[in-house]
Design a protein around this ligand. Structure first.
Ligand SMILES: NC(=O)c1ccc[n+]([C@@H]2O[C@H](COP(=O)([O-])OP(=O)(O)OC[C@H]3O[C@@H](n4cnc5c(N)ncnc54)[C@H](OP(=O)(O)O)[C@@H]3O)[C@@H](O)[C@H]2O)c1
Length: 289
């Protein structure tokens, strides 16, 4: 059985990854309290001791607002911590998979969808630091796989973190009978976390490089909201509970869409957004009958 080490083990993504692959791989799960990745010496020591075949680096400061407020923390964890991991992987000859973000494109002025040839320009701390980490990792490890992920969504599970995501945010506001405002001038990918996870066995076989990874769509965030309401069986509540926000990004549309050209070349595919939203809601039996 191949040995897979995963960092950020208690996070939204990693906790679900571990559950999904626990019988297929020998998983060594390291949470923040097991290993602080900003401690270079210990990070290298621990990873050398484990000597994994693959390392999925999911630990991060993933809250973009927190990165903006505390850029030093973001630099230490998202850049320097990731470099520490890459240095350890260099010593153990471990294949590293790094979870980057579509936020590396959020300062691009041309319209998406962006492919991996597009030059990413980021205008926030989180995106800039992800980009800096990507560059440093690839300088050290030419077989590292960099996945530029879109906004992940999924539903709560027992004893697992659920991050803010469009599907769960809509369900929560419906439960409170409150309205949710979604921007009509924002275009971005969203990916069902389990679709991403189930593709990992293919990601492990990829040659080193940068890959956009997630469901593609040409929908505005408001239109995605309409789909969610419909799939939940709450179409009749759209007029009361879903507000079309036309103010945000009205001067310049926010366009973070990606295209997965590189993954397709390796026969790795994601369902398109509408289909994966329907699948997620069905898998968790969340339709209102
Ligand atoms: N969720 C998304 O929509 C999304 C989209 C694109 C990319 N990504 C990327 O995908 C990865 C996983 O995301 P996620 O949503 O699972 O994030 P998450 O839920 O915030 O998990 C990140 C984990 O990293 C841990 N961590 C923070 N600082 C650490 C440190 N110094 N040493 C060791 N561990 C540390 C956190 O532990 P504590 O909480 O205990 O500090 C947390 O459990 C991240 O790299 C994120 O940037 C996520």
């Amino acid at each position: 059985m191949k040995k897979v080490l995963i960092t950020g083990a208690k996070g939204f993504f990693a906790s679900r990854f571990i559950e999904f692959y626990k019988r297929q791989y020998n998983i060594i799960a390291l949470a923040h309290n097991d290993l602080d990745i900003t401690d270079k010496k210990r990070t290298i020591e621990v990873i050398k001791g484990i000597n994994p075949d693959y390392l999925v680096h999911a630990a991060a400061i993933s809250d973009t607002g927190l990165c903006e407020r505390n850029p030093e923390l973001s630099l230490n964890v998202n850049v320097k911590g990731s470099i520490n991991i890459a240095k350890a992987c260099y010593e153990t000859r471990t294949k590293m998979i790094f979870l980057s973000s579509d936020q590396v494109y959020n300062g691009n002025k041309d319209s998406g969808p962006y492919d991996e040839i597009s030059i990413p320009i980021s205008n926030n701390v989180y995106g800039k630091h992800k980009l800096e980490a990507e560059k440093n990792i690839l300088e050290l490890l030419d077989d590292a796989v960099i996945l530029r992920l879109t906004w992940l969504y999924g539903l709560p599970e027992r004893n697992k973190k659920v991050s803010s995501n469009i599907l769960w945010n809509i369900i929560k506001t419906c439960m409170k009978n409150e309205a949710i405002k979604l921007p009509a001038n924002e275009y971005r990918g969203i990916t069902y976390v389990n679709d991403l996870i189930s593709n990992f066995q293919n990601f492990f076989k990829l040659p080193g490089g940068v890959y956009n990874a997630g469901s593609e769509n040409n929908l505005s965030t408001y239109e995605i909201g309409e789909i969610v309401f419909r799939e939940l069986g709450l179409e009749h509540r759209v007029k009361d509970l879903l507000i079309r926000d036309i103010e945000n990004y009205k001067e310049h549309k926010r366009d973070l869409r990606i295209s997965n050209g590189n993954l397709r070349e390796h026969n790795i595919y994601f369902d398109e957004t509408k289909r994966s939203i329907a699948k997620c809601i069905k898998e968790y039996s969340f339709q209102v009958l």
